[in-house]
Structures are given as C-alpha cells and as structure tokens.
Design a protein around this ligand. Structure first.
Ligand code: SF4
Length: 294
C-alpha cells in the first residue's frame, strides 16, 4: 500500500539539500536557493497544451496533455528545447495552477497528462497529481524525462506515474559528459530504466491502442555516434527485455551549442539512421516506432 502523503513529504524534504536528481548538488531549494538546474522552490511552466506529435499510443486520437517545465537537470549541447530547458523561458505558476492545468487538459479530452522535463519538479508533480486525482483526474500521468533520474526519487513517485517515457541518450560516460555535462550518466540511466520497468512494466494499451501504463524508451540517434546508439539498443534488448517499446528518433537537427562539436554540426544521414534501424531489427526489438528521415 503506497502512502502518497508520506512520499510527497519525503520528496519535498529532498529539496532542503537537494538530491532530487543524481547531481545531488545540495542546493537549499526549500529556502529559495537555485541548484545546478537553475530551479529553486517555485514552479515555472513554459506551456500547457494538447500535443499531437508524440508516439501513437501517447497522442492517439485526441492528443497528449503536455505540460512543459522550465529548466533541466542536464545541459545537452544539442537540446532542441533549449529556450525552455537552458534559458529558463516560462512563467511562474502555483501548485493550484498546476492542478488546474491538468484538469483543464483532461476537460479538453487528452489521453494523458504528459509532464515534459519533470525531474527537478518531482515533489510538486507528486503533490499536484495527488490533489488532481482527488478532484477527478482520471487519465494516466506520463513522466517524459531525460532518463538521468535518482532512484530514491523514482521510488517515491511509484503509484503517481503511470507511464514513463525516458531517454537513453548515451552508452558511454565520456560522451555523456561531453554533450550533457554529467559524469555518471550510463550507470544512473540504466538503473533508472530498470526501476521504471519494475514499477510499471512493459507498455500496455486499451482496446483503442491508447497507452495506459508502462515504459517507452526513447533514443535520439546522434550524427557521428552510431556506436553510442548500438550499445544503447544492446542494453535495452539484453537487460530490459526484447519486448521493450523503443522509440528510435531521427529528428536530430543542430540547435543550441551543437555547432561547437564538429560531428554534431550536421544533420543525421539517411545511412546512419538506416544502420540504427537495422541494428534495432538485428536485436529483435520489434516493439516501438521508427521515424522517416526527411
Ligand atoms: S534537481 Fe536541481 S537542485 Fe536538485 S540536485 Fe538536481 S540539479 Fe541540484
């Protein structure tokens, strides 16, 4: 039996010397101090809208209710949302506003509430979701994250999150540090994916094919980094399971600081993406989605 109130309290207490994410930078966010993620105790949201562009079971026919949070625990040089994640675009909202956003999105018919870049706001998400459920929120809650997650934080989100949509960005720490500024991504990310799978299992859908519960793992294929992709897919196939739903993304484009890195300063080639798709097939990862490279 999950004690949601106790878990929410524990999550909030993790903000005193912040250990919400694996950076564990120790900022006293509860007293208004900002951590490495540029976030203190107040909630900043960039947008709340119906999103049609997610994976088919997520957006389905009526869209996903996406709430984009400002700032991020990672500093990815190629971030396509960098004005929001790195430049803090967004406006301050209260916890009550967050609850209202969720209920309003549900009233607009969305299939789920999709918290985008949620990690640093885990306490507020757990609390607002708890209140929203009491007020009639019925749709699944989706945690759309970088995959760089603290296990203790994830355990405290058990029962709050129905669908995890994490990235597996890297399969070696050197690359993770070079592009995202974190030192221990691989071990942390892999443990986080296993914890998510343990909590919610493989993706399950309703009669109409709409996601209800489970994990979908996303991987963005980066130009000049095909070995990174192959090792990431190997981990999924061998250590999560061959039936894991994988979203293999081809939508890389140069953004933010990517031009500082020669290999990232161009588009992904058709050949690179096809090699990634072939490897996905070789590993028998048959569940999920690939994209067409324009
Ligand atoms: S969530 Fe932000 S403040 Fe907390 S440990 Fe991570 S980077 Fe630091």
């Amino acid at each position: 039996m999950i004690d949601f109130k106790e878990n929410i309290e524990k999550l909030y207490s993790k903000m005193d010397r912040c250990s919400i994410c694996p950076r564990k930078c120790g900022a006293d966010r509860s007293s208004g101090q900002k951590g490495i993620c540029e976030t203190a105790d107040k909630i900043f949201v960039a947008s709340s809208s119906v999103h049609a562009g997610e994976e088919p079971p997520i957006s389905a026919t009526r869209g996903s209710g996406a709430i984009f949070f400002s700032n991020c625990t990672l500093n990815c040089v190629f971030c396509q949302n960098y004005p929001i994640s790195q430049l803090s675009n967004g406006k301050k909202v209260s916890l009550e506003d967050l609850v209202d956003m969720m209920l309003n999105l549900q009233n607009r018919g969305v299939h789920n509430i999709n918290f985008v870049t949620p990690t640093h706001y885990s306490p507020q998400i757990a609390k607002s979701a708890y209140i929203a459920r009491k007020k009639g929120l019925r749709v699944p809650i989706l945690y759309n994250c970088s995959g760089y997650e603290d296990i203790e934080t994830l355990k405290l989100l058990e029962g709050t999150v129905d669908i995890y949509l994490p990235d597996i960005k890297y399969s070696d720490d050197e690359t993770a540090f070079k592009y995202s500024g974190v030192k221990n991504y691989v071990e942390v990310n892999r443990a986080a994916l296993k914890e998510m799978k343990k909590q919610v299992g493989n993706l399950t859908v309703d009669d109409e094919g709409t996601a209800q519960k489970g994990v979908i793992v996303r991987h963005l294929v980066l130009p000049g980094n095909i070995e990174n992709t192959k090792k990431a897919l190997e981990f999924i196939a061998k250590e999560l399971s061959e039936n894991t739903f994988v979203s293999l993304m081809a939508q890389y484009h140069t953004a933010h600081k990517s031009n500082n890195f020669k290999e990232l300063s161009r588009s992904l080639t058709k050949e690179e993406y096809e090699e990634a798709v072939s490897y996905l097939e070789l590993l028998n990862l048959e569940n999920g989605w690939v994209q067409s490279l324009q």
